[in-house]
Ligand binder design. Structure first.
Ligand code: ADP
Ligand code: ASP
Ligand code: MG
Length: 456
């Protein structure tokens, strides 16, 4: 068994790939057609996590009823197209009933642990349904609760996986399962040491697939989604965006970090660490091919100067002006010490002698930067400097290779931006990116203009 599972592919299907019966069927076909797929990682059916997050925020009874009815309708639509199965119906009904009691509890008092418990039902239900779709295709599939192996810390809402424990638990629980079976499990959710449910942050199912891939020595991680690969920019914004056939881990990591939603930002960390290629393709159109992400040595084509344009929305900019720090030392050290004390992760930074502008990293959380800026934090910063907070900003990033050594790069990039105001720009820390913070109302046109000038 262990020999065979070491040859395995982990296939992850996102929300739209399990949105309804037809989508689940297309996805199950992909699994059935590839005997190397041993583990299937699933997201919740599209829309369900958003409804569960809303319930977890605490809603009045009328809204709760409406949301639960929507969740039930999505899952029943799938259930009703499967052969009658009273046990499965009972499992789904039990999940809906648990969602109902947990959301009632959330309407009285919310908590991050309760939220994670509640949202986990999205993945728990979709994975139950998918097992039955695979069985319809005559595949032996078994449902597996990923929380048995996906050990994390207890930072509910964005928990950090414990890599070594996950490896050991996978060894104990997954490698001992029967090889004839395809293991169907959940993305996104995990559990902390006392058994409470945690989540890896929004969009975290990609990360689950990569973590399981690493723990099980997978030969490849396949991310099946609603686009046929990674494109030069979000194809929803630019219809002319071009599919990238192969891309390095470094480039794809930059894209994911700077907002290319097609991959959760942490996904490539385990893949890079264990050198496992990642494939991205469309579950609706698997014949269209996709993108393969691997290390630089495997790339056959020359690395381009410009690779892609990414957009990350809803950025919060904090500008701090020192009150009396001209020519004094330690301003930045003090600022960063306060931010660290309040668990604020800083994203972009630009500085001058007496001021610093920075954006707050909210990647993977369901919150925005502004809600992380608590009163105690702002009060403490105010003892040191004047604090200005600006919202309605988006981050546009150009991703490429050796950008710091290419003459004329600035002219090429800035010339196309002459119509726009740029609130902040960052360049030079990495040879892979140039970032701009721009008004949210301008960001999509900036992406279009940059894409046209760099790729079309
Ligand atoms: P899933 O639910 O399958 O995880 P996501 O919605 O999280 O899917 O990610 C897929 C979406 O990512 C696409 O529909 C597309 O709009 C968006 N996207 C953003 N940037 C890119 C890019 N550079 N290439 C492809 N898709 C992108
Ligand atoms: N269902 C979760 C979300 O919507 C995780 C995922 O889809 O990756 O964020
Ligand atoms: Mg996703």
């Amino acid at each position: 068994m262990s020999n065979q599972i070491q040859q395995c592919i982990i296939a992850k299907f996102g929300g739209t790939s399990v949105a309804d019966y037809q989508a689940m069927y297309n996805s199950a076909k992909i699994v059935a057609n590839n005997p190397n797929v041993k583990v299937v990682v699933l997201s919740a059916s599209a829309g369900i996590t958003n409804l569960l997050v809303a319930l977890a925020e605490g809603r009045d009874s009328e809204i709760r009823k409406q949301h639960i009815a929507k969740i039930q309708a999505i899952q029943y639509n799938i259930l009703e197209q499967l052969p009658e199965n009273p046990i499965l119906r009972e499992v789904i009904d039990q999940a809906i009933s648990n969602i109902s009691s947990l959301s009632e509890a959330a309407s009285l008092a919310t908590s991050p642990a309760l939220t994670d418990e509640l949202v986990s039902y999205g993945e728990l239900m979709s994975s139950r349904l998918f097992v039955e779709v695979l069985k319809q295709l005559d595949k032996h599939a078994i449902w597996f609760d990923v929380r048995k192996v996906m050990r994390t810390d207890n930072k509910f809402g964005k928990a950090t996986p414990k890599i070594e424990e996950i490896k050991q638990l996978c060894c104990a629980h997954i490698k001992s399962l029967n090889i004839e079976n395809i293991i169907v499990t959940q993305g996104f959710i995990g559990s902390e040491s006392s058994g409470k449910t945690t989540t890896l942050g929004r969009g975290g199912s990609d990360y689950t697939a990569a973590l399981l891939g690493e723990a099980l020595n997978a030969t490849q991680i396949d991310i099946w989604t609603d686009v046929a690969g990674i494109y030069t920019t979000d194809p929803r914004i630019v219809q002319n965006a071009k599919k990238i056939d192969e891309i390095t881990f470094a480039e794809a990591t930059e894209m994911a970090t700077f907002g290319a939603k097609v991959l959760h930002p942490a996904t490539l960390v385990p893949a890079v660490r264990s050198n496992i290629p990642v494939f991205v393709g469309s579950s609706k159109a698997p014949d269209k091919g996709g993108t393969i992400v691997y290390n630089t040595n495997s790339i056959r084509s020359e690395l381009p100067l410009f690779r892609a344009v990414a957009l990350r929305r809803r950025q919060t900019l904090l500008t701090l002006n020192s009150l009396n720090m001209l020519h004094a030392q330690g301003f930045l050290a003090n600022v960063f010490a306060i931010l660290a004390k309040h668990n604020i992760s800083v994203d972009l930074v630009t500085t001058s002698e007496v001021s610093v502008a920075l954006t707050i990293d909210t990647t993977g959380t369901s919150t925005d930067g502004n809600s992380l800026l608590t009163k105690p934090l702002l009060d403490e910063l105010s003892t040191l400097c004047c604090v200005d907070i600006q919202e309605d900003l988006d981050l546009v990033a150009i991703i490429g290779n050796n950008l710091t050594t290419f003459k004329g790069m600035a002219k090429k990039v800035f010339a196309s931006l002459e119509e726009y105001t740029i609130r902040l720009s960052c360049f030079g820390a990495s040879t892979h990116n140039i970032c701009f913070l721009v008004k949210s109302s301008d960001s999509e046109s900036i992406v279009k203009v940059l894409h046209q000038s760099l790729f079309e």
